[in-house]
Ligand binder design. Structure first.
Ligand SMILES: [Fe+2]
Ligand SMILES: [Fe+2]
Length: 210
């Protein structure tokens, strides 16, 4: 059974649009119209980690919004507008729209409580669907979200920092030895908040469908 039922997906989607309707930024309508044409509202959030099921990306984006709003309330000295919280949180993973494709694989399903460790365990082959990556716009993770967003709406400097560096230490550039993220986090504490919200949502709120 799917992790998220159709009615739950619809509720999440209407909440997403409700939150977006509070944002006053030229180009938002065009952005949302484009988004409707992508797989954003049904895509998973990953292939085998958190939210690896239909609607996982939408669910994750809303979790990140809730967590980012909570953290901003906890640190009131960080000056950031409510529009920026919405834009950075809901669209930080825009990079994952039109990014996953579904394929099928044959898996062994063990019978009589057996496992793959049983040398002589009986099993049947079963064809199961799974998601895999097909990056049709390979520009880098956070970078791609910023680039796509900028083609519809003008982002503030804080929004750019936050979205670009939302992966924190998991970002490929950081792993390659780039120090720009630390500098960005010093200049823009909201970028730290978005990263924390992303981590908390992914690892503490969301599940993995086996
Ligand atoms: Fe991400
Ligand atoms: Fe994320």
């Amino acid at each position: 059974m799917a992790k998220l039922q159709e009615n739950e997906l619809q509720e999440l989607k209407s909440r997403f649009f409700d939150i977006c309707s509070s944002v006053n930024r030229p180009g938002m309508d065009e952005l949302l119209k484009w988004l409707e044409k992508t797989d954003f509202f049904v895509a998973p959030a990953s292939t085998k980690f958190h939210g690896n099921y239909k609607g996982g990306l939408l669910e994750h984006s809303l979790h990140v919004y809730d967590k980012a709003a909570e953290l901003c309330a906890k640190y009131p000295d960080i000056e950031i507008s409510s529009d920026s919280i919405v834009i950075a949180a809901l669209f930080h993973d825009l990079t994952k729209a039109n990014y996953y494709v579904q394929d099928f694989k044959n898996v062994k399903v063990y019978k009589d409580g057996g496992t793959r460790h049983d040398e002589h365990g009986a099993f049947d082959w079963e064809t199961q669907p799974y998601y895999k990556v097909d990056d049709r716009l390979p520009l880098g993770h956070g970078e791609k979200s910023v680039i796509i967003l900028q083609s519809f709406i003008k982002l503030s400097r804080d929004e750019i920092y936050a979205i670009r560096w939302h992966m924190g230490g998991f970002d490929s550039a950081v792993k390659g030895g780039d120090y720009a993220m630390s500098k960005a986090y010093e200049i823009c504490p909201f970028a730290v908040i978005l990263h924390m919200a992303d981590i908390e949502s992914s690892y503490l709120l969301e599940t993995i469908e086996k």
